[in-house]
Design a protein around this ligand. Structure first.
Ligand SMILES: O=P(O)(O)OC[C@H]1O[C@H](O[C@H]2O[C@H](CO)[C@@H](O)[C@H](O)[C@H]2O)[C@H](O)[C@@H](O)[C@@H]1O
Ligand code: UDP
Length: 473
């Protein structure tokens, strides 16, 4: 029987390791728990020695984890993935710092990982590759003669051509992506942007619904919005708050606003703090009666732009508290630390407003988790950015433009005053979508399609010739 092999840069923490805060690891873990299989990815360690893969079994999931050399971590992860692709794909060309050797290092790591994975893969295994670190992975596998079905899911947005054209290796990246049998995106806008970009660099023949031929390859391109596990979130959320937090909850009178994000410039944190400040300025009746908690664990702290955003936020939080605090009241709690996900779901349930306002986001699982954690009889209100993938599904949230601080302040005021009947109605509409498009639906629809779509290498076809991956002209 064919096995599922998942490859992603970030994997869920193995026993005894620090948990990583990111939607990709959460989503894949939830999805693999059910299907079982092999999960191949980075163990988070740097080592100059070429260490054997770290193997570990957890229920029906086998983990195989590699470490990276310092130069690989720098070029593949920090520089090309997180200082070129991540900012560009989140529409921040001003933060892109491209160097040709980083792109070479990125392709080199992809080729090396494909070589390390190959001995673990059986002929009829199905490979599911995740996210922007691994755009060239299928091309690297094909070069090694691997004929398995290989699918790819992009967790972040795919930019339109005005942005994508600025990337020097844009043609090579698109050509390598066409080595996948199936490419999945979070939203229709991402899918359309990919097809538009592809059509600008090569002849694309439309073969049928969502199916294209380009560079002599068949590729199917569809949308699969990632979901959550609503039942397990509800169970976690219903559990008891740890005594210290329960005590704090009892002490805090008034309404609570919560935000949880990796500390990332794409999440719109300074803009959000300023919107909260506008709320306190323009709606003084809330002063002394509300508290805003921002949980923001450090992420990618070795990248300069992430250090800059951290300093900016510290200053903003200090400024707002300095301006509005009284002896009895602190308006903003900024917690720059990671919280266990099981605890977050309980915290969500006790908060009246979930404030999720990224400037761009592939999906944003926190938005779905906040809703799924609520008490159906007395739910809180979700305020959600129009620019998060989740806004395509959670249309009953209060949708806002995160750049419009007056608009966000007004939505906060509305949320804090919303009658129970309206909160219940909006919650029910969102739960219907969250339940229908849950994580099982995401996994099953992607994998069923991957098994059915036209395959790159039908029997008799020759794999790609040996040689290096295409380089920029
Ligand atoms: O692995 P890191 O560099 O520490 O970063 C954490 C993850 O961040 C990104 O998550 C995305 O995937 C989520 C689930 O699909 C989605 O909801 C969110 O909008 C995305 O930003 C990144 O894409 C992952 O690769 C990282 O592991
Ligand atoms: O301190 C934290 C912060 C976040 N998360 C989890 O990390 C994921 C973040 O995913 P999301 O899609 O919102 O954004 P990403 O970080 O992947 O861009 C969610 O499941 C959060 O519950 C967590 O467990 N602890």
């Amino acid at each position: 029987m064919s096995r599922l092999v998942v490859v992603s840069n970030r994997i869920a923490a193995m026993e005894g390791k620090k948990e990583s805060a990111g939607g990709l690891a959460v989503g894949i873990m939830d999805s693999l728990k059910d299907a079982g299989g092999l999960w191949f990815g980075w163990n988070g360690n740097i080592s100059e020695e070429e260490l054997p893969l770290e193997h570990h079994q957890q229920d029906n999931i086998s983990f195989a984890a590699f470490s990276l050399k310092q130069s690989e971590y720098d070029q593949y992860y920090l520089n090309f993935s997180n200082t070129v692709i991540w900012p560009a794909f989140h529409y921040r060309l001003d933060l892109v710092q491209y160097q040709r050797e980083d792109y070479d290092g990125y392709c080199h790591v992809n080729e090396k990982l494909a070589r390390r994975l190959k001995p673990l893969v059986k002929k009829d295994d199905i490979l599911w590759i995740h996210d922007y670190h691994l755009l060239p992975f299928a091309a690297a596998c094909r070069k090694l003669g691997m004929t398995n079905r290989i699918g790819f899911f992009l967790h972040i947005p795919f930019p339109t051509s005005e942005i994508f054209n600025a990337l020097p290796p844009r043609k090579e990246l698109l050509e390598m992506l066409c080595e996948y049998d199936l490419i999945g995106f979070q939203a229709e806008t991402d899918r359309l942007a990919f097809i538009e970009n592809l059509s600008l660099v090569t002849d694309v023949e439309e073969l049928g619904e969502d199916q294209f031929s380009a560079y002599g390859k068949f590729v199917t391109v569809r949308v699969y919005p990632i979901g959550v596990e609503p039942d397990s979130i509800r169970e976690l959320a219903e559990g008891r708050l740890p005594p210290k937090l329960a005590h704090l909850r009892d002490k805090l009178n008034g309404q609570l606003i919560i935000s949880v994000d990796r500390l990332d410039y794409s999440k719109g944190l300074p803009e959000r703090f300023q919107a909260y400040e506008t709320l306190l300025e323009n709606y003084p009746q809330h002063r002394g009666n509300i508290r805003y908690f921002q949980i923001a664990p450090t992420s990618r702290g070795d990248v300069q732009a992430y250090q800059d955003i951290r300093h900016e936020l510290e200053m903003e939080a200090g400024r707002i508290n300095g301006h509005f605090s009284t002896l009895e009241w602190t308006p903003l709690f900024y917690l720059n630390q990671h919280y266990e996900r099981s605890l977050l779901m309980k915290i969500f349930r006790h908060c009246d407003v979930g404030l999720v306002t990224p400037l761009r986001d592939g999906m944003n699982l926190v938005a779905k988790e906040y809703v799924a954690s609520q008490n159906p009889a007395d739910p809180g209100v979700l305020i959600l950015s129009r620019f998060a993938g989740a806004a395509n599904e959670l249309t009953s949230a209060l949708l806002v433009n995160p750049y419009d601080r007056d608009g966000v302040a007004s939505a906060l005021d509305k949320a804090l005053r919303m009658p129970q009947a309206e909160r219940i109605e909006r919650y029910k509409a969102m739960m219907d979508v969250i339940t229908k498009n849950d994580i099982v639906h995401w996994r099953k629809s992607f994998l069923n399609d991957l098994k059915a779509v036209p395959h790159q290498l039908e029997p008799g076809q020759q794999p790609l010739k040996e040689g290096s991956l295409p380089k920029p002209a």
